[in-house]
Design a protein around this ligand. Structure first.
Ligand SMILES: [Zn+2]
Ligand SMILES: [Zn+2]
Length: 137
C-alpha cells in the first residue's frame, strides 16, 4: 500500500482511498477522457494485488501498473529506461554519475520493494528518498 501510493505520488497521479482500495482515474485508451462523474476509475485492490477498471474492463497486476507509473515518471526526466522483468533499469540521474565523462551508471529499481540502487555511484534508497531527490532537479 505504501509502495503503490509512493508510485502514484511520484508520477503525480491523483488518487483517493477507500477500505482496501486506492482509486485513480483510468488512463487506458481514451477511457478517462470519455468518462463522466464516477465512471472510468481504476480500482487498485491492495489486498489482492490486482487492479481493474469498472468501465473499460482493463485489469492486471499492481506490479505492472507500478512499472508503468515509474517509467512514465523517469521519462519526464529524460532518463531512458527498460523493463528487465523484476526491475526497471534507467539512466542514473544522480549528479556524480550524470557528469561522469566515462559514462553514466544505471539505476535499477526493485519495483516490488520500491528500492533503487546504482552500482556505479553507489546511490541507493527507497522511493521516498528518490522523490525528494527528483524535487531538487
Ligand atoms: Zn478504464
Ligand atoms: Zn549513479
Amino acid at each position: 500500500m505504501q509502495t503503490i501510493k509512493a508510485y502514484l505520488t511520484l508520477s503525480a497521479t491523483p488518487f483517493r482511498e477507500s477500505e482496501n482500495e486506492v482509486i485513480i482515474p483510468c488512463f487506458f485508451g481514451d477511457c478517462g477522457d470519455k468518462s463522466k462523474g464516477n465512471e472510468g476509475y481504476l480500482h487498485l485492490n491492495t489486498a489482492t494485488g490486482q487492479f481493474s477498471c469498472e468501465k473499460c474492463d482493463v485489469s492486471g497486476s499492481l506490479i505492472n501498473l507500478a512499472k508503468n507509473l515509474l517509467v512514465e515518471c523517469l521519462e519526464i526526466y529524460d532518463a531512458s529506461c527498460r523493463d528487465d522483468g523484476n526491475e526497471i533499469i534507467a539512466d542514473c540521474l544522480f549528479d556524480s554519475c550524470y557528469r561522469n565523462k566515462n559514462g553514466r551508471g544505471r539505476l535499477s529499481f526493485n519495483v516490488e520493494k520500491g528500492q533503487y540502487e546504482c552500482a556505479k555511484c553507489g546511490a541507493k534508497g527507497n522511493l521516498i528518498t528518490f522523490m525528494k531527490f527528483l524535487e531538487t532537479l
